[in-house]
Design a protein around this ligand. Structure first.
Ligand SMILES: C[S@@+](CC[C@H](N)C(=O)[O-])C[C@H]1O[C@@H](n2cnc3c(N)ncnc32)[C@H](O)[C@@H]1O
Length: 135
């Protein structure tokens, strides 16, 4: 089937990651300048003038967790291991641990790796707490 054909149900729609989702688990972390995928030459140029340009999660392309959950859910077996060799701020890892998959993330930038570790640890502890409460 050609890419432009088929039912709309083939598509997944969700909102961008909001501030609460981006920053969950990052309490106490010093906010940094919000970075943009277009680089630092014209930071925040497409944001309104009053937009806050510092954030605890300052990764430029934070993915929605719901989107990553949908994507990895399509290809990961129930006992699977999710590998994200470009882990960024860890959204794929959060989706993985919430669904009880094992996860390995690799990230070049130590600042992003720190954010990813904190976000994934928070998601894991929240998933564990939910499981304990329902046991
Ligand atoms: C688009 S982001 C990834 C987003 C991530 N998959 C998620 O779930 O949010 C790409 C990341 O790859 C990292 N990166 C680029 N080259 C890399 C390399 N050679 N090894 C590991 N990470 C790398 C960048 O620092 C950046 O954070």
């Amino acid at each position: 089937m050609a890419l432009h054909q088929g039912p709309v149900s083939r598509f997944f729609y969700c909102s961008k990651a909001g501030r609460a989702e981006r920053d969950a688990g990052l309490a106490g972390l010093e906010p940094g300048p919000l970075l943009w995928s277009s680089g630092t030459s014209n930071p925040g140029s497409f944001q309104s003038p009053r937009t806050v340009r510092a954030a605890r999660n300052f990764h430029p392309t934070v993915k929605p967790i719901a989107l990553m959950a949908w994507l990895i859910g399509m290809v990961t077996p129930s006992d699977g291991l999710v590998l994200d060799p470009f882990a960024g701020s860890g959204s794929t890892g959060i989706a993985a641990v919430r669904a009880r998959w094992r996860f390995i993330g690799i990230e070049l930038d130590p600042a992003y790796a720190r954010i990813a570790r904190r976000r994934i640890a928070a998601a894991l502890s929240s998933a564990n707490a939910t499981e304990e409460n329902s046991a």
